[in-house]
Design a protein around this ligand. Structure first.
Ligand SMILES: [Zn+2]
Length: 358
């Protein structure tokens, strides 16, 4: 099984409502001009958009107008090389071309992939105008034209304006699929002209099971990744890559070192892990992991009354509860310009104090 076989066949994994809505529209040959796919990151909105594009560009549709996945139209739609498939998505401004190529390569391999950037991405107005021009022409292959617009919330107002005009007065045989994890930032004028299809977070237990079944992660790692994924399969996959697993391992080790009598090991490792002011996303994740570990340790301590086996010094419920609050407060300070290293140091000193470790 190749990597793409693992990720691509299930376009609507655990998204029955979305699948039924689109299939019903295709059955009746009444696909809307514009759809807005709404749902958390990594749940498969892009995969569903790709499936919809295939359905529109398929040269030999199956019963109910469903894509055959075999013809030239479907295959080129899957590779994003079909001349009547137009894609727009935000990338960081610098090195645009490089980011665009990397985005397509990643999504080709796995449409569920979650792509994160260190800098805020945006959608250049020139790219939107180019697509608008293409859509105004007759389809290159005489059939339909499809525009897929990923993360449609992350656009400047003037870009939303152009998009609105296209959707309001669509060129003939043209369909739009917009995706967003943040529908509150899509202007109401666009929202009201799209048919909304909802995608939902997937039960972490199902994600963990699938990670294990497909040999992507061992059970321990699978559970941790699934619970940190916010119900997004694409997110969970990313959390299972080598770099993420290594980071989580460091984060767990730091948790254990934090509650030893001597703090020197803890300080050394913390300085290495949180050197410099970067690593915002990683630090947020570290706080989430420590929250999970706190309850894991507390539960183990409650169950066995064997405090020696857990890293937490005291197993009482009120201590666990206030430690959890300390972690949440530390996590919150990351948004008010506190350096990750300072937030981590301050949090662990407060935790030790609450546990009576001084
Ligand atoms: Zn086909």
């Amino acid at each position: 099984m190749t990597a793409s076989d693992i990720h691509t066949p299930q376009y609507f994994w655990q998204q029955d409502a979305a699948r039924h809505a689109l299939r019903a529209a295709l059955d009746a040959d009444r696909l809307a001009t514009a759809y807005l796919f709404v749902g958390p990151e990594g749940v498969g909105k892009w995969a569903a958009a790709q499936w919809t594009a295939k359905a529109l560009l398929c040269e030999a549709p199956e019963r109910g107008n469903r894509p055959c996945h075999e013809c030239g139209g479907c295959k080129r739609a899957a590779k994003f090389t079909h001349p009547d498939l137009h894609l727009l998505y935000p990338v960081p401004k610098k090195d645009d071309e490089e980011h665009i190529a990397a985005f397509l390569e990643t999504k080709r391999d796995n449409p569920f992939a979650v792509i994160e950037y260190n800098r805020k991405p945006n959608l250049a107005i020139e790219r939107v105008r180019d697509v608008q021009t293409e859509l105004s022409k007759t389809a290159a292959e005489g059939g339909k034209k499809v525009a897929v617009i990923g993360e449609a919330d992350q656009m400047a107002p003037n870009v939303h304006g152009i998009l609105l005009k296209s959707i309001e007065e669509p060129p003939p045989n043209t369909h739009f699929v917009l995706t967003t994890a943040d529908p509150g930032r899509i202007p109401q004028t666009i929202h009201s002209r799209c048919q909304t299809i909802r995608f939902t977070a997937v039960d972490p237990e199902l994600i963990a099971q699938r990670l294990v079944d497909e040999g992507i992660a061992a059970p321990d790692q699978a559970h941790m990744a699934a619970h940190l994924s916010d119900g997004g399969w694409g997110h969970a996959l990313r959390l299972c890559d080598e770099e993420s697993v290594a980071w989580r391992s460091d984060v767990e080790t730091l948790w254990q070192k934090a509650f030893q009598p001597q703090l020197s090991d803890f300080i050394d490792q913390m300085e290495t892990m949180f050197r410099g002011g970067q690593k915002f996303n990683e630090t947020v994740q570290a706080f989430d992991i420590w929250s999970l570990l706190l309850w894991r340790d507390a539960r183990a301590a409650f169950a066995s009354s064997d405090t020696a086996s857990a890293s937490m010094a005291t197993p009482s419920l009120d201590v666990a509860w206030s430690c959890w609050k300390i972690l949440q407060q530390g996590r919150a300070t990351l948004w008010v310009n506190v350096l990750p290293r300072s937030a981590v140091r301050g949090t662990f000193l407060a935790l030790r104090k609450r546990m009576g470790l001084g």
